[in-house]
Design a protein around this ligand. Structure first.
Ligand code: FE2
Length: 290
């Protein structure tokens, strides 16, 4: 039995300096002051973090948007948070679109979160996808975060990353392959400006090579869709934000726990969803076999 916890979209924020608010960050900061700072609460993230640490996970996956405007100070704060969650060998992180909010922030993820974002092969930092094998689980981590213009939150994998992803799925066949990505593989029309632009190509690789589980964040919604695979459907699970108050249409903070077992040659994966209720208690709200 292998236990994997998945949480995402913390949107940790620090007060920016005036000079940091040029361009898209300025608009993002207005959005923070008007709305997001009332949603993403540090005390809620602290409570979820404590719960995750006590859930008995063998490994923890963090699905991106750790920061809000990809400021250096936010990156440092997120680094401290990762260290409270666990050591780099037991925690895997990927960037989201808010972690590459502007082009100049692109090197930060590799700089500040390096050892939480590095494959077992110890290859050059900041290279995606990377692969971590833990027991009979192969965790393949992708980066869909790219800088975009104002009012856009799209993501993109690109041809090179998709080619290497296909190769990794081949190399890990036979293990329980978990694909970690920030953007969802399927977006509703209302999320068009926030979609993964090469989602069709991503789903194409999965349809050909297969995977056992896809985990994503970005939409701040609990979701489950089934994608086509070469030998049956592939569950793709979206997790809500780990820091959100149920306000302004946001779902309450929560996270998922997956219990993965090899039962005489057949995989069994049970998902338990935990969520913070209006009284502040974190409790199970759903349990299902995927
Ligand atoms: Fe996002």
């Amino acid at each position: 039995m292998f236990i994997l916890a998945h949480l995402s979209d913390l949107h940790l924020s620090t007060a920016p300096r005036l000079t940091e608010l040029i361009g898209k960050r300025g608009l993002g900061y207005i959005n923070w002051l008007r709305k997001r700072k009332f949603i993403h609460r540090p005390e809620i993230l602290d409570a979820i973090t404590r719960d995750v640490r006590l859930c008995g996970a063998d490994h923890i996956a963090v699905g991106g948007d750790l920061t809000n405007l990809s400021l250096r100070a936010e990156y440092l704060r997120a680094r401290g948070w990762l260290e409270t969650l666990g050591p780099p060998a037991d925690v895997t992180a990927i960037p989201g679109n808010h972690d590459v909010y502007v082009p100049q922030a692109q090197p930060y993820a590799a700089e500040f979160w390096d050892d939480y974002m590095r494959g077992d092969d110890g290859a050059e930092r900041g290279v995606f996808p990377f692969l971590r094998r833990r027991a009979n689980v192969a965790l393949i981590a992708l980066c869909s975060g790219v800088p975009t213009g104002p009012f856009l939150a799209t993501g993109r994998l690109g041809a090179d990353q998709l080619a290497r992803f296909a190769q990794m799925l081949d190399e890990t066949r036979g293990q329980f392959r978990v694909v970690l990505i920030h953007h969802p593989p399927v977006s509703p029309p209302r999320r068009y400006l926030r979609r993964l632009t090469d989602a069709a190509e991503f789903r194409g690789v999965l349809a050909e090579k297969g995977a056992e589980l896809v985990l994503h964040g970005h939409d701040h919604r609990r979701s489950l869709v089934e994608l086509a695979g070469p030998r049956g459907r592939i569950p793709a699970v979206g997790v809500q934000s780990a820091s959100a108050r149920a306000a302004h249409g946001e779902e309450a903070a929560g996270y998922n726990i997956f219990r993965i077992a090899d039962e005489r040659g057949r995989w069994r994966c049970e998902m338990r969803s935990r969520e913070r209720d209006s009284g502040g208690a974190i409790r199970d709200i759903d349990r299902q076999t995927l």
